[in-house]
Design a binder for this molecule. Structure first.
Ligand code: TYD
Length: 211
């Protein structure tokens, strides 16, 4: 199968494998990625964004995550890839912002698909995501899923992946897959996400300043 990202990549980003100034936050549910993205929002020279996006495909994904739309896991894997294609390659998407010299920080990217959909759909997500370019810097928010669950237990609705056994597998897969990106030339920072918000924020700021 020719991956969708390969086609877009050839026409828009000239076979670049690592996108300079592209930073990604990854971690299990409740690991605090969204909180840290909020802290960076509006800082000069930084553009914050997230996946699923708030575009049309992202909205179908969110509805499925809330349990309001029932889709096969494989369909969801395809939707995440479609949403990502728009996120990266559409006008004013990730690539455009990076090309303007901004630092782009995204709450989740391909590794989320390799971890979450990889648990449910075998090799499909690695085929679908094979040709997406990599970020320059990846933060893995590592946390015991028990602590993470306590952080999000007060949210009004629980999403389909937010149960302990699944989150335990998510944590293990992240810890296996994230370091492999180092061999591809990505800077991988593993963060102890059980630390206070300010401590994590300081660690992130130091790494981003070094870009
Ligand atoms: P997130 O926005 O971090 O959760 P929240 O609603 O708590 O802010 O992410 C939404 C969910 O989507 C999360 O459980 C991870 C999942 N996800 C995937 O399964 N695959 C993907 O490719 C992406 C981007 C997210």
């Amino acid at each position: 199968m020719v991956a969708i990202a390969q086609i877009c990549k050839d026409s828009y980003i000239d076979k670049m494998e690592i996108i300079k100034r592209f930073v990604v936050f990854e971690g299990g549910d409740g690991s605090g990625t969204s909180t840290q993205i909020e802290l960076l929002r509006g800082k000069p020279g930084i553009w914050t964004t997230c996946e699923p996006t708030d575009g049309p495909i992202g909205r179908i994904i969110r509805s499925t995550l809330r349990g309001e739309t029932a889709l096969r896991p494989e369909t969801l894997a395809l939707l995440f890839t479609a949403d990502r294609t728009e996120h990266l390659f559409a006008k004013n998407g990730v690539i455009d912002h990076c090309n303007r010299g901004e630092i782009v920080v995204s709450d989740r990217y391909t590794l989320s698909s390799l971890v979450y959909q990889g648990i449910l759909c075998g090799d499909l997500p690695s085929v679908l995501n094979k040709n997406f370019p990599l970020p320059e810097l990846l933060f893995l928010f590592d946390i015991d899923p028990r602590i993470a669950a306590r952080r999000i237990e007060n949210r009004s609705a629980r999403e389909i992946y937010e149960y302990f056994e699944f989150q335990e597998r998510v944590r293990e897969r992240y810890k296996t897959l994230a370091p492999q990106w180092r061999q591809e030339g990505v800077r991988v920072a593993v963060i102890d996400a059980s630390n206070p918000i300010a401590t994590v924020a300081k660690e992130i700021a130091q790494e981003i300043d070094a870009l």
